[in-house]
Design a protein around this ligand. Structure first.
Ligand code: LLP
Length: 419
């Protein structure tokens, strides 16, 4: 569900036409709908009404500080994976007491930064990290709450690059070892306070069963830890709920909520969730301009001004993003690869896609581009990163300026002798 619709043949974000934004801000441009974002947040949060819970939006999905501010005003906390993301949350005015810090490779300076800022807890991903956090907490003389991220060995049935809860993945600690680590922490690491159990099995999951299976295992672990005298008050189920890019039919947050509450009800735990994609994925689009069309003997190409540096998901995961004309009029069809200007064949945004015929100068919209698009974009081929716009009703705000040429070389230095 989103608020990108046609009005009299023209694509709008809420009450603002995409054509107008493209004319005034230029292309490529990411356009987000505030109303859609709020709606997704409320649908997710509302699915756990009645259960003690905290939604910690996963900053990596879309980390623009305007988006973080909007979600913070909805009451959201944040799941971060770097000091940089913590900095963003603070700049956005987010509540640091609702921040959880995940990731397999937290550096000392990042750990120290997060301890000093009093985040809610660390999600610890290895025995060495547990000891590292303890020694930093001891040096700072600050008792530090932690959860251990357990690897429940569940196949989330999603793309291999984004499945994380299998034993072969780098994430979390296997359950048997996690138990030993919890007991070790309780007995020997006085500056740590083990308060939660955490797990995240993957992303773009479109069935309930992997979540339910993981939950059953994690709940068993919580029960066991409590019987060992650990004071576990939080159960973090991570993120991962999928969205519709094409024809996927993921469970609605309310069914996910029901299933989670069924498995955890009566345990008295505070549930934590780290949704990213389900909040932002369908809250944004990428508008791009057609530069050229080209007919080959085997394929047609539509060359646009956005590229894999702007929308990396198709090249990285062979991901599908629906393509829509920004002005919808009667015309013939064309099957083509929609590609960017970058100098490699991996630079495609859609392959063998049947779309309405287009002319140079026309605009196309790549749908479902609110999550893991701008946040994964780069300057490859020395392409300035695009602008980001947030639409609220009939107005829009530029929430990130388009980069200019000077941004491309910011921080670069020609050493003496080469001058
Ligand atoms: N929590 C943890 C520990 C995570 O690693 C992730 C995502 C999330 C929460 C949020 O998951 P979500 O609700 O968004 O599925 N770049 C890939 C997705 C990578 C996901 C990484 N971790 C893509 O574009 O599909």
């Amino acid at each position: 569900m989103h608020y990108f619709d046609y009005r009299r043949g023209k694509l709008y974000a809420e009450g603002v036409s995409i054509e107008r934004i493209a004319r005034e801000v230029g292309t490529p441009v990411f356009i987000y709908s505030a109303k859609t974002t709020r709606r997704h947040y409320r649908a997710f949060d509302g699915a756990f009404r009645g259960a003690k819970h905290l939604v910690c939006y996963s900053v990596k999905a879309n980390s623009n500080i305007a988006i973080l501010r909007l979600l913070s005003k909805e009451g959201s906390g944040f799941d971060i994976v770097s000091g940089g993301e913590l900095f963003r949350v603070l700049k956005a005015g987010g509540d640091v007491r609702k921040v959880v810090f995940s990731g397999v490779g937290k550096r000392d300076d990042e750990i120290e930064y997060a301890i000093k800022k009093n985040i809610l807890m660390f999600n610890v991903e290895s025995p060495q990290e547990l000891r590292r956090i303890h020694s930093i907490a001891r040096r700072l003389r600050k008792k530090t709450p932690i959860a251990i991220r357990v690897n429940p060995d569940i196949d989330p049935k999603t793309h291999p690059y984004i499945s994380t809860g299998l034993k072969k993945n780098k994430f979390g600690i296997e359950t048997e070892l996690a138990i030993k680590e919890y007991i070790h922490a309780k007995q020997n690491l006085p500056w740590l306070e083990p308060i939660g159990v955490d797990c995240h099995i993957g992303s773009q999951i479109t069935e309930l069963s992997p979540f339910v299976e993981a939950l059953k295992r994690v709940v068993k672990l919580v029960n066991f830890l409590q019987s060992e005298g650990l004071n576990i008050g939080y159960l973090n189920m991570g993120g991962g709920l999928g969205i519709t890019y094409r024809d996927e039919a993921p469970p609605h947050p309310s069914s996910y909520g029901e299933a989670v509450i069924r498995e955890t009800g009566g345990l008295g735990l505070t549930l934590i969730f780290e949704p990213g994609r389900v909040i932002m994925g369908n809250s944004g689009i990428l508008a791009t301009k057609v530069l050229y069309t080209k007919e080959g003997s085997l394929k047609n190409f539509v060359i646009v001004d956005a590229a894999m540096n702007d929308l990396p998901r198709p090249s990285l995961y062979d991901a599908y993003h629906e393509v829509r004309p920004v002005v919808d009029k009667k015309r013939g069809e064309l099957t083509a690869d929609i590609v960017g200007p970058i100098c490699e064949s991996g630079d495609f945004l859609a392959r063998d896609r049947t779309i309405k015929e287009v002319e140079p100068g026309e605009l196309l919209a790549f749908m479902s581009a609110g999550a893991y698009c701008f946040s994964m974009s780069s300057n490859y081929n020395s392409r300035p990163r695009s602008a980001e716009v947030l639409v609220t009703g009939r107005t829009y705000h530029v929430i990130r300026k388009r980069e200019g040429l000077k941004d491309l070389i910011r921080g670069e230095i020609i050493p003496e002798g080469l001058e």
